[in-house]
Design a protein around this ligand. Structure first.
Ligand SMILES: NC(=O)c1ccc[n+]([C@@H]2O[C@H](COP(=O)([O-])OP(=O)(O)OC[C@H]3O[C@@H](n4cnc5c(N)ncnc54)[C@H](OP(=O)(O)O)[C@@H]3O)[C@@H](O)[C@H]2O)c1
Length: 274
């Protein structure tokens, strides 16, 4: 049986859908399980049960400080080894993401896999096109961003889900492989042009100030995380692409520009009728 963690999250649920669409038997693991989904909370190591799982798709459980994320992943990998899981597919971070503030948790998890006894495949996921679109903010009738004219090799989340499902459905040929799953590069200017609006750049000082002063609800680790994405994109560290995604999917990647533009468009404030 294939088990996909983070089953109620965006990526985990899409991987499950992709697996079921191709006829694979798969179940989900979640902190809040529903019918047919196993309870799986990495913050509760004593409660982790992976018996009967042949292939585990470990969707990274980020959104916390590195020590917490690494402890989560270590706990689930220990449970996988104890319970006889046959193969782990881990959704990591693109190689170019070594510049990003949250890379350490991914690389530490990869190290656990490489030094452990379980067969593994590491999917180094690029930043989502949806994320890129969401990080463009509306100001007046245009978009603002800290990205300058830097490009991001963005990838539609649905493609990453299809890629993970492809590997999980038949993991043996992918044993010991590290795949860098990024798409064609997009820029903020091109997203704005697609929407027919201007794009105005802001500096990194101003961006961080807005994160700290004007973005309620951010957790302490998030401003440095987002600022690292901004400088990484702005200065061209995340623009390079690889053939791994299209090779794995056997088709071209979905157009990340269209996905980013749709995400940005959906966030456009509506103008009140006068
Ligand atoms: N490549 C990118 O651009 C990008 C962007 C953002 C995040 N990420 C990383 O990719 C992961 C998946 O992205 P996503 O879009 O699916 O994020 P998401 O919609 O926020 O889903 C993340 C899921 O992680 C699971 N999770 C969190 N804490 C957990 C814990 N203690 N134990 C077990 N599961 C836990 C939860 O699943 P349940 O609700 O089912 O418990 C949660 O819904 C994120 O968690 C993050 O590490 C990547």
């Amino acid at each position: 049986m294939i088990l996909v963690t983070g089953a109620n999250g965006n990526l985990g649920s899409a991987i499950l859908t992709a697996l079921r669409t191709r006829g694979s038997t798969a179940t989900g693991g979640s902190r809040t399980p529903g019918e047919g989904t196993r309870r799986l909370d990495f913050d509760d190591p004593a409660g982790l049960d992976l018996t009967g799982v042949s292939t585990l798709v470990l969707v990274s459980a980020g959104y916390a400080e590195d020590d917490r994320v690494i402890a989560r992943h270590a706990a689930v990998l220990a449970a996988a080894a104890r319970d006889g899981v046959g193969h782990v597919v881990y959704t990591s971070l693109t190689t170019a993401g070594d510049h990003l503030a949250f890379a350490a948790a991914h690389r530490a998890t990869e190290r656990l896999l490489r030094t452990g006894a379980l067969p593994w495949t590491i999917l180094r996921n690029g930043l989502y096109a949806e994320l890129f679109g969401a990080l463009l903010s509306w100001s007046g009738d245009g978009l603002e961003s800290p990205f300058g004219d830097g490009a991001l090799a963005a990838v539609a989340r649905a493609d990453l889900a299809d890629a993970a499902a492809t590997v999980a459905a038949d993991p043996v040929p992918h044993r010991g492989r590290t795949l860098d799953l990024v798409g064609p590069p997009v820029t903020a200017d091109r997203v704005a042009a697609r929407l027919g609006v201007p794009h105005r750049g802001i500096g990194l000082d101003e961006y961080r100030r807005r994160l700290l002063d004007e973005t309620p609800g951010l957790l302490p680790f998030q401003p440095p995380m987002l600022a690292s994405i901004a400088t990484g994109v702005r200065h061209g560290f995340l623009a390079g692409t690889t053939p791994d995604l299209a090779d794995l999917l056997g088709r071209p990647a979905r157009d990340p520009l269209a996905v980013a533009a749709a995400t940005a468009a959906a966030a456009r404030p509506t103008v009140a009728a006068s």
